[in-house]
Design a protein around this ligand. Structure first.
Ligand SMILES: *[C@@H]1O[C@H](CO)[C@@H](O)[C@H](O)[C@H]1NC(C)=O
Ligand SMILES: *[C@@H]1O[C@H](CO)[C@@H](O)[C@H](O)[C@H]1NC(C)=O
Length: 152
């Protein structure tokens, strides 16, 4: 029982929020789309902050955190929309061809950060993403049920 609780906890804590939920990156033609689904802090004005890191440097793409601003080369190239039920989506126009190698995408809502690293060749098309996210989440869910049943 203790063992299954442990497995359940480890899977629940590390896999679910990290893999299924908080940040996803995809491309639509030449646009880059980053979805950030960090829940907002209750009773607090939310702010968003999108950036990417490549070759050890971080570049701000779009933000409305007071006091910070986007990198010059990203200014006017991106926009942010609200996602339902939570989070923000950032779209960076005409950018896919300018990426090289592995890039880390980061987003921050209030003080919480999510990040993901993706090789340029492994960026997926946006039309394929919703399917992918759904299937990896339900796969983990099945695993949890399996652990739960096999140990209780
Ligand atoms: C892809 O871009 C086109 C043109 O900008 C837009 O109409 C369409 O909604 C976008 N599709 C996705 C999945 O974001
Ligand atoms: C940032 O933008 C969101 C959505 O437009 C808005 O609700 C929020 O108040 C803005 N935050 C700041 C600090 O301006």
């Amino acid at each position: 029982m203790l063992k299954s609780l442990f497995a359940y906890g480890v899977l629940g804590v590390f896999l679910i929020p990290a893999k299924c939920d908080q940040i996803s990156v995809c491309v639509n033609d030449t646009d880059l789309r980053v979805d950030c689904r960090i829940p907002p802090t209750p009773n607090k004005i939310s702010s968003y902050h999108f950036s990417l890191a490549t070759e050890g440097k971080e570049f701000v793409i779009n933000t409305n955190v007071s006091g910070s601003s986007a990198e010059t080369r990203f200014q006017g190239k991106s926009y942010v929309v609200e996602l339902e039920p939570k989070g923000y989506r950032m779209i960076l126009e005409d950018f896919k061809d300018k990426l090289k190698g592995s890039t880390t995408y980061m987003c921050k809502i209030n003080a919480q950060t999510a990040s993901v690293s993706v090789e340029k060749e492994k960026l997926v098309k946006c039309s394929a993403v919703s399917l992918l996210v759904k299937s990896s989440c339900s796969w983990i869910f099945c695993l949890l049920i399996f652990f739960y049943h096999s140990h209780s």
